[in-house]
Design a protein around this ligand. Structure first.
Ligand SMILES: Cc1ncc(COP(=O)(O)O)c(C=O)c1O
Length: 340
Protein backbone atom coordinates (compact mmCIF):
# COMPACT_ATOMS: atom_id res chain seq x y z
CA UNK A 1 0.00 0.00 0.00
CA UNK A 2 2.92 2.36 0.61
CA UNK A 3 4.62 2.51 -2.77
CA UNK A 4 3.03 3.58 -6.05
CA UNK A 5 0.89 0.70 -7.36
CA UNK A 6 -2.64 -0.20 -8.41
CA UNK A 7 -4.35 2.62 -6.49
CA UNK A 8 -1.96 5.14 -8.02
CA UNK A 9 -2.69 3.84 -11.50
CA UNK A 10 -6.42 4.10 -10.90
CA UNK A 11 -6.01 7.67 -9.65
CA UNK A 12 -4.03 8.55 -12.77
CA UNK A 13 -6.70 7.03 -15.03
CA UNK A 14 -9.56 8.83 -13.32
CA UNK A 15 -7.76 12.16 -13.13
CA UNK A 16 -6.90 11.88 -16.84
CA UNK A 17 -10.59 11.23 -17.60
CA UNK A 18 -11.59 14.23 -15.51
CA UNK A 19 -9.14 16.62 -17.19
CA UNK A 20 -9.70 15.16 -20.67
CA UNK A 21 -6.15 14.06 -21.51
CA UNK A 22 -4.56 10.79 -22.63
CA UNK A 23 -2.00 10.60 -19.82
CA UNK A 24 -1.61 11.62 -16.21
CA UNK A 25 1.55 10.79 -14.26
CA UNK A 26 1.20 11.24 -10.49
CA UNK A 27 4.25 12.65 -8.71
CA UNK A 28 5.34 13.92 -5.29
CA UNK A 29 4.26 17.57 -5.65
CA UNK A 30 3.48 20.37 -8.10
CA UNK A 31 7.04 21.68 -8.25
CA UNK A 32 8.26 18.26 -9.36
CA UNK A 33 5.40 18.09 -11.90
CA UNK A 34 6.65 21.34 -13.48
CA UNK A 35 10.27 20.22 -13.31
CA UNK A 36 9.62 16.83 -14.93
CA UNK A 37 7.31 18.37 -17.53
CA UNK A 38 10.05 20.86 -18.51
CA UNK A 39 12.71 18.14 -18.49
CA UNK A 40 10.63 15.86 -20.72
CA UNK A 41 10.28 18.70 -23.24
CA UNK A 42 14.06 18.96 -23.33
CA UNK A 43 14.42 22.21 -21.36
CA UNK A 44 18.07 22.67 -20.44
CA UNK A 45 20.88 25.19 -19.91
CA UNK A 46 20.49 28.37 -21.96
CA UNK A 47 16.85 27.80 -22.93
CA UNK A 48 14.46 30.61 -22.11
CA UNK A 49 11.25 29.87 -20.24
CA UNK A 50 8.71 32.70 -20.18
CA UNK A 51 6.76 32.98 -16.92
CA UNK A 52 4.45 35.58 -15.40
CA UNK A 53 6.08 37.87 -12.86
CA UNK A 54 3.15 37.32 -10.52
CA UNK A 55 3.01 33.68 -9.41
CA UNK A 56 4.34 31.26 -6.82
CA UNK A 57 8.10 30.92 -7.15
CA UNK A 58 8.00 27.27 -8.28
CA UNK A 59 6.73 28.28 -11.75
CA UNK A 60 10.15 29.84 -12.39
CA UNK A 61 12.42 27.89 -10.04
CA UNK A 62 11.47 24.52 -11.56
CA UNK A 63 12.87 25.79 -14.89
CA UNK A 64 15.93 27.38 -13.26
CA UNK A 65 16.80 24.05 -11.61
CA UNK A 66 17.32 22.72 -15.15
CA UNK A 67 19.66 25.59 -16.01
CA UNK A 68 17.02 27.45 -18.03
CA UNK A 69 16.75 31.24 -18.02
CA UNK A 70 13.42 32.61 -16.77
CA UNK A 71 12.01 35.57 -18.70
CA UNK A 72 9.48 37.50 -16.62
CA UNK A 73 6.42 39.13 -18.16
CA UNK A 74 3.63 41.28 -16.78
CA UNK A 75 0.08 40.22 -15.98
CA UNK A 76 -3.33 41.35 -17.09
CA UNK A 77 -4.60 43.47 -14.17
CA UNK A 78 -8.16 42.10 -14.42
CA UNK A 79 -7.46 38.38 -14.19
CA UNK A 80 -3.95 38.51 -12.66
CA UNK A 81 -2.88 35.97 -15.29
CA UNK A 82 -0.19 36.46 -17.91
CA UNK A 83 -0.89 39.07 -20.60
CA UNK A 84 -0.62 37.39 -24.05
CA UNK A 85 0.61 40.65 -25.65
CA UNK A 86 3.47 40.72 -23.13
CA UNK A 87 4.28 37.09 -23.92
CA UNK A 88 4.59 38.03 -27.58
CA UNK A 89 7.07 40.77 -26.68
CA UNK A 90 9.12 38.36 -24.57
CA UNK A 91 9.50 35.49 -27.04
CA UNK A 92 12.93 35.10 -28.66
CA UNK A 93 14.84 32.52 -30.72
CA UNK A 94 15.77 30.82 -27.45
CA UNK A 95 12.26 30.51 -26.02
CA UNK A 96 11.61 26.85 -25.36
CA UNK A 97 8.52 27.08 -23.20
CA UNK A 98 5.87 29.62 -22.15
CA UNK A 99 4.10 28.92 -18.85
CA UNK A 100 0.63 30.44 -18.45
CA UNK A 101 -0.40 30.18 -14.79
CA UNK A 102 -4.11 29.85 -14.06
CA UNK A 103 -3.78 32.02 -10.98
CA UNK A 104 -6.31 31.94 -8.13
CA UNK A 105 -8.46 29.48 -10.14
CA UNK A 106 -9.08 31.72 -13.18
CA UNK A 107 -7.70 30.42 -16.49
CA UNK A 108 -5.11 32.39 -18.39
CA UNK A 109 -6.09 33.46 -21.92
CA UNK A 110 -4.57 30.44 -23.68
CA UNK A 111 -5.62 30.68 -27.34
CA UNK A 112 -3.33 33.56 -28.37
CA UNK A 113 -0.40 31.96 -26.54
CA UNK A 114 -0.96 28.53 -28.10
CA UNK A 115 -1.28 30.14 -31.56
CA UNK A 116 1.94 32.06 -31.02
CA UNK A 117 3.61 28.83 -29.88
CA UNK A 118 2.74 27.17 -33.18
CA UNK A 119 4.07 30.17 -35.15
CA UNK A 120 7.25 30.70 -33.12
CA UNK A 121 8.03 27.11 -32.14
CA UNK A 122 7.74 26.99 -28.36
CA UNK A 123 5.83 24.63 -26.05
CA UNK A 124 3.04 25.72 -23.73
CA UNK A 125 3.17 24.27 -20.21
CA UNK A 126 0.06 25.11 -18.20
CA UNK A 127 0.61 25.68 -14.48
CA UNK A 128 -2.70 24.37 -13.15
CA UNK A 129 -1.68 24.21 -9.47
CA UNK A 130 -4.43 26.64 -8.49
CA UNK A 131 -7.07 25.71 -11.04
CA UNK A 132 -8.12 22.07 -10.77
CA UNK A 133 -11.42 21.83 -12.65
CA UNK A 134 -11.32 25.37 -14.11
CA UNK A 135 -12.39 25.71 -17.74
CA UNK A 136 -11.17 27.72 -20.72
CA UNK A 137 -13.75 28.08 -23.50
CA UNK A 138 -15.57 24.98 -22.23
CA UNK A 139 -12.50 22.75 -21.87
CA UNK A 140 -10.79 21.86 -18.63
CA UNK A 141 -7.45 23.55 -18.09
CA UNK A 142 -4.61 21.09 -18.27
CA UNK A 143 -5.87 19.67 -21.57
CA UNK A 144 -4.85 22.58 -23.79
CA UNK A 145 -1.07 23.00 -23.55
CA UNK A 146 1.53 20.41 -24.53
CA UNK A 147 2.01 19.61 -20.85
CA UNK A 148 0.25 20.66 -17.65
CA UNK A 149 1.36 20.56 -14.03
CA UNK A 150 -1.01 20.13 -11.08
CA UNK A 151 -0.45 20.43 -7.32
CA UNK A 152 -2.46 18.62 -4.67
CA UNK A 153 -1.08 20.64 -1.76
CA UNK A 154 -3.65 21.05 1.07
CA UNK A 155 -4.70 24.56 0.04
CA UNK A 156 -5.59 23.49 -3.52
CA UNK A 157 -9.07 22.63 -4.83
CA UNK A 158 -8.35 18.98 -4.05
CA UNK A 159 -5.52 17.50 -2.02
CA UNK A 160 -3.46 14.37 -1.47
CA UNK A 161 -1.54 15.93 1.43
CA UNK A 162 1.50 16.65 -0.70
CA UNK A 163 1.21 15.55 -4.32
CA UNK A 164 1.17 16.58 -7.94
CA UNK A 165 0.59 15.36 -11.47
CA UNK A 166 1.78 15.87 -15.02
CA UNK A 167 -0.97 15.77 -17.65
CA UNK A 168 -0.32 15.48 -21.38
CA UNK A 169 -1.63 14.11 -24.67
CA UNK A 170 1.93 13.46 -25.81
CA UNK A 171 2.88 9.76 -25.47
CA UNK A 172 6.62 10.51 -25.49
CA UNK A 173 6.39 13.14 -22.74
CA UNK A 174 4.29 10.80 -20.57
CA UNK A 175 6.77 7.96 -21.06
CA UNK A 176 9.76 10.16 -20.13
CA UNK A 177 8.05 11.56 -17.03
CA UNK A 178 7.11 8.05 -15.91
CA UNK A 179 10.70 6.91 -16.33
CA UNK A 180 12.26 9.91 -14.58
CA UNK A 181 9.96 9.80 -11.56
CA UNK A 182 11.07 6.22 -10.86
CA UNK A 183 14.88 6.10 -11.16
CA UNK A 184 14.76 5.81 -14.93
CA UNK A 185 13.74 2.15 -14.61
CA UNK A 186 12.38 0.65 -17.83
CA UNK A 187 11.80 -2.55 -15.88
CA UNK A 188 12.80 -3.58 -12.38
CA UNK A 189 16.47 -2.75 -11.60
CA UNK A 190 17.17 -1.87 -15.25
CA UNK A 191 17.94 1.85 -15.55
CA UNK A 192 17.87 3.52 -18.95
CA UNK A 193 17.77 7.16 -17.75
CA UNK A 194 19.15 9.17 -14.87
CA UNK A 195 16.09 9.68 -12.70
CA UNK A 196 14.82 10.33 -9.20
CA UNK A 197 12.27 8.99 -6.76
CA UNK A 198 9.48 11.50 -7.39
CA UNK A 199 6.65 8.97 -7.00
CA UNK A 200 3.29 9.56 -5.37
CA UNK A 201 2.40 6.84 -2.85
CA UNK A 202 -0.73 4.69 -3.02
CA UNK A 203 -1.87 6.20 0.28
CA UNK A 204 -1.80 9.67 -1.29
CA UNK A 205 -3.52 8.31 -4.41
CA UNK A 206 -6.31 6.78 -2.27
CA UNK A 207 -6.89 10.23 -0.80
CA UNK A 208 -6.81 11.64 -4.32
CA UNK A 209 -9.50 9.21 -5.51
CA UNK A 210 -11.81 10.16 -2.68
CA UNK A 211 -11.13 13.89 -3.23
CA UNK A 212 -11.75 13.54 -6.95
CA UNK A 213 -15.22 12.14 -6.27
CA UNK A 214 -15.99 15.31 -4.28
CA UNK A 215 -14.17 17.78 -6.52
CA UNK A 216 -17.13 18.96 -8.60
CA UNK A 217 -19.20 19.49 -5.47
CA UNK A 218 -16.31 21.33 -3.77
CA UNK A 219 -15.73 23.56 -6.80
CA UNK A 220 -19.44 24.39 -7.09
CA UNK A 221 -19.47 25.20 -3.40
CA UNK A 222 -16.50 27.55 -3.85
CA UNK A 223 -18.33 29.23 -6.74
CA UNK A 224 -21.49 29.63 -4.65
CA UNK A 225 -19.58 31.19 -1.74
CA UNK A 226 -17.79 33.49 -4.21
CA UNK A 227 -21.18 34.56 -5.55
CA UNK A 228 -22.26 35.51 -2.03
CA UNK A 229 -19.07 37.52 -1.46
CA UNK A 230 -19.85 39.36 -4.70
CA UNK A 231 -23.44 40.10 -3.66
CA UNK A 232 -22.24 41.38 -0.32
CA UNK A 233 -19.17 43.34 -1.40
CA UNK A 234 -19.87 44.72 -4.86
CA UNK A 235 -21.20 47.94 -3.39
CA UNK A 236 -17.87 48.69 -1.65
CA UNK A 237 -16.14 51.22 -3.93
CA UNK A 238 -12.68 50.59 -2.47
CA UNK A 239 -12.73 46.93 -3.55
CA UNK A 240 -12.32 45.32 -6.94
CA UNK A 241 -13.72 41.81 -6.82
CA UNK A 242 -12.44 38.82 -8.82
CA UNK A 243 -13.64 38.76 -12.41
CA UNK A 244 -14.83 35.79 -14.38
CA UNK A 245 -14.27 36.35 -18.09
CA UNK A 246 -17.00 35.19 -20.48
CA UNK A 247 -14.67 32.46 -21.74
CA UNK A 248 -13.75 31.25 -18.26
CA UNK A 249 -14.99 29.03 -15.49
CA UNK A 250 -13.33 30.22 -12.30
CA UNK A 251 -12.87 27.69 -9.47
CA UNK A 252 -11.79 30.21 -6.80
CA UNK A 253 -8.83 28.39 -5.38
CA UNK A 254 -8.43 31.80 -3.76
CA UNK A 255 -10.90 34.65 -3.40
CA UNK A 256 -8.55 37.53 -3.98
CA UNK A 257 -9.78 41.12 -3.95
CA UNK A 258 -8.00 44.33 -4.93
CA UNK A 259 -8.02 46.93 -2.16
CA UNK A 260 -7.69 50.57 -3.30
CA UNK A 261 -5.54 53.08 -1.44
CA UNK A 262 -2.02 53.13 -0.14
CA UNK A 263 -1.58 50.80 2.83
CA UNK A 264 -5.32 50.14 3.05
CA UNK A 265 -4.89 46.45 2.19
CA UNK A 266 -2.62 45.90 5.19
CA UNK A 267 -4.86 47.90 7.50
CA UNK A 268 -7.85 45.81 6.40
CA UNK A 269 -5.88 42.59 6.97
CA UNK A 270 -4.96 43.72 10.50
CA UNK A 271 -8.53 44.77 11.24
CA UNK A 272 -9.79 41.34 10.21
CA UNK A 273 -7.02 39.50 12.10
CA UNK A 274 -7.87 41.37 15.30
CA UNK A 275 -11.42 40.08 14.88
CA UNK A 276 -10.36 36.47 14.34
CA UNK A 277 -10.39 36.39 10.52
CA UNK A 278 -7.17 35.27 8.78
CA UNK A 279 -6.41 36.56 5.32
CA UNK A 280 -3.31 36.18 3.15
CA UNK A 281 -1.45 38.00 0.41
CA UNK A 282 -0.80 36.04 -2.77
CA UNK A 283 1.83 37.34 -3.41
CA UNK A 284 3.52 40.15 -1.49
CA UNK A 285 6.73 40.09 -3.57
CA UNK A 286 6.69 39.76 -7.37
CA UNK A 287 9.25 37.40 -8.88
CA UNK A 288 11.55 40.14 -10.22
CA UNK A 289 12.05 41.37 -6.63
CA UNK A 290 13.00 37.95 -5.31
CA UNK A 291 16.72 37.57 -4.56
CA UNK A 292 16.96 34.45 -6.72
CA UNK A 293 15.39 36.25 -9.69
CA UNK A 294 16.65 39.79 -9.32
CA UNK A 295 18.80 39.47 -12.44
CA UNK A 296 16.25 37.63 -14.56
CA UNK A 297 15.47 39.07 -17.97
CA UNK A 298 12.12 40.89 -18.26
CA UNK A 299 10.33 42.69 -21.03
CA UNK A 300 10.90 46.48 -21.04
CA UNK A 301 8.48 48.13 -18.65
CA UNK A 302 7.78 44.90 -16.80
CA UNK A 303 6.32 44.58 -14.38
CA UNK A 304 4.12 47.44 -13.31
CA UNK A 305 0.84 45.54 -13.03
CA UNK A 306 2.48 42.81 -11.04
CA UNK A 307 4.15 45.30 -8.67
CA UNK A 308 0.84 47.09 -8.12
CA UNK A 309 -0.97 43.80 -7.54
CA UNK A 310 1.54 42.78 -4.88
CA UNK A 311 0.65 45.96 -2.95
CA UNK A 312 -3.12 45.72 -3.29
CA UNK A 313 -4.32 42.09 -3.37
CA UNK A 314 -5.81 40.32 -0.38
CA UNK A 315 -7.22 36.79 -0.26
CA UNK A 316 -10.33 36.52 1.88
CA UNK A 317 -11.26 33.18 3.50
CA UNK A 318 -12.83 30.77 1.01
CA UNK A 319 -13.01 26.98 1.08
CA UNK A 320 -15.84 24.47 0.76
CA UNK A 321 -15.96 23.91 4.53
CA UNK A 322 -17.11 27.48 5.20
CA UNK A 323 -20.78 28.22 5.71
CA UNK A 324 -22.84 31.00 4.14
CA UNK A 325 -22.90 32.59 7.63
CA UNK A 326 -19.08 32.62 7.68
CA UNK A 327 -18.99 34.51 4.37
CA UNK A 328 -21.67 36.95 5.57
CA UNK A 329 -19.68 37.50 8.78
CA UNK A 330 -16.44 38.26 6.92
CA UNK A 331 -18.30 40.51 4.47
CA UNK A 332 -19.91 42.41 7.34
CA UNK A 333 -16.50 43.01 8.92
CA UNK A 334 -15.05 44.19 5.60
CA UNK A 335 -17.94 46.62 5.13
CA UNK A 336 -17.63 47.87 8.71
CA UNK A 337 -13.89 48.52 8.13
CA UNK A 338 -14.67 50.76 5.17
CA UNK A 339 -17.56 52.57 6.83
CA UNK A 340 -15.61 53.32 10.02
C1 LIG B 1 1.02 28.50 -9.17
C2 LIG B 1 1.74 27.39 -8.45
N1 LIG B 1 2.68 26.67 -9.12
C3 LIG B 1 3.33 25.66 -8.53
C4 LIG B 1 3.10 25.29 -7.22
C5 LIG B 1 3.92 24.21 -6.60
O1 LIG B 1 3.18 23.14 -6.09
P1 LIG B 1 3.69 22.31 -4.82
O2 LIG B 1 3.54 23.19 -3.61
O3 LIG B 1 2.79 21.12 -4.78
O4 LIG B 1 5.10 21.93 -5.09
C6 LIG B 1 2.12 25.98 -6.50
C7 LIG B 1 1.81 25.60 -5.12
O5 LIG B 1 1.68 26.36 -4.22
C8 LIG B 1 1.43 27.06 -7.11
O6 LIG B 1 0.50 27.77 -6.46
Amino acid sequence: MLAFGRVGEEFERRFAEFIGVRHVVAVSNGTVALYLGFKALGVGPGDEVVVPDFTFVATASAAMLLGAIPVLVDIDPETYTVDPAEVERAVSERTKVVVPVHLYGHPADLDPIIKLGVERGFYVVEDCAQAIGAEYRGRRVGSLGTVAAFSFYPTKNMTTGEGGAVATNDDGVADTVRLLRNHGQRCRYYHVALGWNFRMTDIQAALGLSQLRKLSYMNERRRELARIYREELESVPQLRLPEEKLWAKHVYSLYTVWVEGEGTRDRLANYLRERGVETAVHYPIPLHQQPILSRARRTPGCCRNSEEASKHVLSLPLHPGLSVEDILYVSKLVKSFFSS
